[in-house]
Design a protein around this ligand. Structure first.
Ligand code: ADP
Ligand code: MG
Length: 238
């Protein structure tokens, strides 16, 4: 069971409280999307879940384990960033296998998992290429592949498609949807794109200024936004 529970989570940077008390339950296998304006705390909240940012107060459970003091590598989560964060000097195969190598997974097992992820993401023909030889969409696919090979309990995505052009974004969106369908892994996904949120989410969390403004299915938020702020994000397409 790898749902998540956030209990009164808070984060302070110096004198500024940027996450101000977030309570949220995420079910095992659920696709949850965080939306909200720039600076409202989406990335910070995701980084707190991943362990890249420590928790000022409150409790975070992944599965039934309290992970406040568990280091990032031991939380069973994998994060995919907007900027891909690939190693420029490693080819696709080695980029995807890097984390496994660090964890001392034997070469044969590494090979098997990289090949499996490459097949899933249609990267088989690109395994020998270097990041500079790939398109934006291919790079992002490698970044997702790198997350997959670690076999995480939870995937975290921070605006993974926002560097891609519109056409590729639509394509990658459906790839992520089918990945979720295939793996049934819990996914938490940050975006400022309302169409992405509406099409991917089982549940949308609208954040505003470090607090949850409203939580609901895309349909609930679309049909019954609690206020104008929520309606602006989720409301009828322009
Ligand atoms: P979002 O991802 O929703 O755009 P962020 O989580 O990146 O928002 O940022 C939330 C707030 O926290 C912003 O006001 C930002 O300036 C501040 N913040 C983020 N990271 C840091 C940091 N390392 N030090 C100080 N302030 C930060
Ligand atoms: Mg952000």
């Amino acid at each position: 069971m790898t749902g998540l529970v956030l209990k009164d989570l808070k984060k302070r940077f110096g004198g500024t409280q940027v996450i101000r008390g977030v309570d949220l339950a995420i079910e095992d296998g659920e696709f949850v999307v965080f939306v909200g304006p720039s600076g409202c705390g989406k990335s910070t909240l995701l980084r707190m879940i991943s362990g890249l940012e420590d928790i000022t107060s409150g409790e975070l459970y992944i599965g039934d384990r309290l992970v406040n003091d568990v280091q990032a590598a031991k939380r069973g989560v994998a994060m995919v960033f907007q900027s891909y964060a690939l190693y420029p000097h490693l080819n696709v195969r080695d980029n995807m296998g890097f984390g496994l190598k660090v964890r001392k997974v034997p070469a044969a097992e590494r090979e098997r998992r990289v090949n499996e992820a490459a097949a899933t993401l249609k990267l088989d023909a690109l395994l020998h290429r270097y990041p500079r030889e790939l398109s934006g969409g291919q790079r992002q696919r490698v970044a997702i592949g790198r997350a997959i090979v670690g076999n995480p309990d939870v995937f975290l995505f921070d605006e993974p498609l926002s560097n891609l052009d519109a056409e590729l974004r639509v394509h990658m969106r459906s790839e992520i949807a089918s990945l979720h369908k295939r793996l049934s892994t819990t996914m938490v996904y940050v975006t400022h794109d309302q169409i992405e949120a509406m099409t991917l989410a089982d549940k949308i969390v609208v954040l505003r200024d470090g607090l949850i403004e409203q939580v609901g299915s895309p349909r609930e938020l679309y049909e019954r936004p609690g206020n104008l702020f929520v309606a602006q994000f989720i409301g009828s397409p322009k």
